[in-house]
Design a protein around this ligand. Structure first.
Ligand SMILES: Nc1ncnc2c1ncn2[C@@H]1O[C@H](COP(=O)(O)OP(=O)(O)O)[C@@H](O)[C@H]1O
Ligand SMILES: [Mg+2]
Length: 424
């Protein structure tokens, strides 16, 4: 079968790497992909949300399955676009439809459904310019810190944690009246602050049945010891030691089960991958957010542990046979260390030549912000390469990934050398 994968990050290189190991895949195309996917698949030169170009490619390359990596095309309705098109309708597309993707596309939608389903999450209220004054009053008596969230997609920048009421009022005003996050901030969710340790649990579902994929913890801050600015993710660990069988049962019974049931009751069929962002508060799971796809860098620790043929996972989603799916996971721990551009997440320079690939042995190297320039692989984004190693302990896996990270060279290279340390 010919498969088209949408996206261009480390997540997509990891998924592509897994897809081409399947006997079910004849040709793999990636749009737009990166220098890593170029080495193992055929990159197509259009964006992951260019629906018309996606349609043309499906026809031209006789695509028989489409896998959607990132959230943007899902929230924009790529799945509905396929279902509404006579030529595309018979091609299975892996991901939720537009309404179901609102779990990520609208924080307000997601909070409402959690409330409806009695899923443990932070207490909240939602405001727009219409009830702006009521929002200010609500903030004046709120406990601190106060969490403000732009309702829509804001590329990971739409959440502010305000230490004081004054700061929260300023930011709330900036979002609603000065359009700080554009349309994404036209609705603002005000939330209680939850204290605990964050982790994510991943689910694959056909809308009726679901199976758990491994848990993972990512490291969002740029600096060692979780300091400094937020990034797209500097590394990840899977599994998360404190997410034991008891904890995961709670996540299934209190979150995943009630959510799928609640969605079904509202006539919404969720198909694809679900990312459950959680706060572990003294052993009790509270939902921070849902995402409608796999995470990046979490995919880079999950996929290398997955023993099951990933194309069979996709087929089970498409055919509504997830109940029959056998998900096999390697016992080993995976640790990903992300190599980023100097200056990231602020300004950085692209186009730096990367060398040392032939030095990497025994670790997986997934490309993120890379591209080809003449015969060279060059940097093409803030997060450049993800290195994943597997071992019996977090410590050993992290040591392998860090040693590999030392062998890659480009001007301005930076990585965190403490990924996983907090879990050891
Ligand atoms: N209620 C909350 N209490 C404490 N921290 C929170 C809360 N909501 C979000 N956060 C923090 O902010 C980060 C971003 O929030 P999230 O809802 O995941 O939005 P997004 O990933 O879309 O930016 C979370 O990973 C978490 O660290
Ligand atoms: Mg998040």
């Amino acid at each position: 079968m010919n498969i088209l994968l949408l996206g261009s990050g480390g997540r997509e290189h990891a998924i592509a790497w897994k897809i081409i190991q399947s006997a079910l895949c004849s040709k793999l195309y990636v749009a737009p992909g990166n220098a890593g996917t170029q080495g193992i698949a055929i990159n197509l030169d259009f964006g992951d949300s260019d629906f018309d170009a996606i349609k043309s490619a499906c026809i031209e390359y006789a695509i028989e399955m489409v896998v959607v990596g990132p959230e943007t095309p899902l929230v924009k309705g790529i799945v509905d676009y396929f279902l509404d098109d006579n030529l595309l309708r018979q091609i299975p597309i892996i991901g939720p439809n537009k309404v179901a993707a609102q779990l990520e596309g609208s924080k307000d939608f997601s909070k409402k459904i959690m409330d409806d389903c009695h899923i443990p999450t932070a207490k909240y209220a939602t405001f727009t310019n219409v009830n702006f004054e009521a929002g200010i009053e609500y903030l004046k008596t709120h406990s601190v810190p106060i969490v403000l969230k732009a309702d829509g997609l804001a590329a990971g920048k739409g959440v502010l944690i305000c230490a004081t009421i004054e700061e929260a009022i300023l930011e709330f005003t900036a979002m609603l009246q000065d359009h700080k996050f554009g349309d994404a901030g036209a609705k603002v969710v005000i939330e209680e602050f939850l204290q605990g340790i964050e982790l994510s649990v991943f689910v694959v579902t056909d809308g009726t049945s679901y199976k758990l994929l491994p848990s993972a913890k990512d490291y969002k801050r740029i600096g060692v010891g979780d300091t400094g600015l937020n990034t797209g993710g500097m590394g990840a660990v899977s599994p998360v030691p404190f997410a034991d069988a008891t904890f995961l049962k709670k996540v299934e019974n209190r979150v995943v089960g009630p959510l799928l049931h609640g969605l079904n009751q509202q006539g919404i069929t969720y198909k694809g991958f679900l990312f459950v962002g959680l706060m572990n508060m003294n052993g009790e799971p509270y939902v921070i957010e849902f995402n409608c796809r796999l995470g990046d860098p979490e995919t880079e620790v999950i996929v290398p542990r997955l023993k099951t043929d990933i194309v069979k996972v996709f087929q089970a989603v498409a055919n509504t046979t997830v109940n029959e799916l056998n998900i096999e996971i390697a016992e080993e721990t995976a640790v990903t260390v992300f190599l980023v551009s100097g200056g990231y997440p602020e300004d950085y320079v692209k186009g730096k030549v990367i060398t040392g690939f032939d030095q990497i042995q025994g670790s997986h190297l997934f490309h993120a912000g890379t591209t080809m320039h003449n015969q060279d692989v060059v940097t093409n984004g803030g997060r450049v390469l993800a290195i994943t190693s597997l071992a019996n302990t977090i410590d050993d896996a992290a040591t392998l990934s860090k040693a590999a990270a030392e062998k890659i060279q480009y001007e301005g290279k930076y990585f965190r050398n403490d990924i996983g340390n907090d879990l050891i």
